[in-house]
Design a protein around this ligand. Structure first.
Ligand code: URA
Length: 215
């Protein structure tokens, strides 16, 4: 299921990212009330083209990790904290032709961009109501647990605590009254850059499988 976001929240996010380099729109996808809600950073170029979250190279790794604990895209909600692809503009010389060409590679969203989409994400979480939130990497983790949280310390751990949500005036974050169950994981792109992380990440997913069973 592709979620239908409230128009006023979409309009507000757009207003707040005016003039910034963000493009496309990839909605979150998956069933309501799932066991797992996987939360990434932002869509990349592949996601922007096909409008399916985690459908590119890191998505393939992610699907393998999910399958290793008996889950799939069909029974998992998949989203990210930013809905449009953040990009930068780079001018590079084409090696073959020698001509200068403009490239628009993906980049990490800024804190202001994550905050611009915060009310939309809060609405999404309240609507989907997952049993377990799985932040993938530092951008999603810090959005939910604050700037001091670090994926290197918290990966594969079961955490039950309040999370950050946008303040009523949407200018910052406040802690929820409610506690949530989170199990942070390394972003699947991390294993693409550092293969040595693979066994740690595979073990973390097995831990998540056990936490789901005992929940
Ligand atoms: N990285 C993310 O965080 N989300 C995607 O959908 C793809 C890559």
């Amino acid at each position: 299921m592709i979620i239908k976001y409230p128009q006023e929240l979409l309009d507000e996010a757009d207003k707040r990212i005016t003039g910034r380099k963000l493009t496309g729109f990839t909605p979150g996808q998956g069933p309501m009330h799932p066991d797992l809600m996987l939360v990434g950073e932002a869509p990349g170029r592949h996601e922007e083209q096909v409008n399916i979250p985690f459908s590119g190279a890191s998505g393939q790794e992610l699907m393998r990790f999910l399958a290793s604990i008996g889950y799939s895209r069909a029974n998992t909600y998949i989203t990210s904290v930013v809905r449009r692809r953040p990009y930068s503009i780079k001018r590079v010389r084409d090696k073959k032709t020698g001509k200068v060409v403009e490239k628009t590679p993906n980049r990490t969203p800024t804190k202001a961009e994550v905050l611009a989409f915060a009310p939309l994400f809060d609405w999404e979480l309240a609507t989907v109501q997952p049993q377990i939130i799985v932040p993938l990497g530092n951008t999603a983790l810090k959005r939910l647990l604050g700037p001091h949280a670090n994926i290197g310390d918290l990966h594969g751990q079961k955490i039950v605590q309040p999370i950050q949500q946008a303040t009523p005036d949407h200018t910052g974050y406040q802690w929820t009254k409610k506690k949530y169950l989170l199990v942070p994981m390394y972003h699947p792109a991390a294993v693409l850059y550092a293969r040595r992380l693979m066994s740690t990440v595979e073990e973390d997913w097995q831990k998540l499988g056990k936490i789901i069973k005992s929940n």
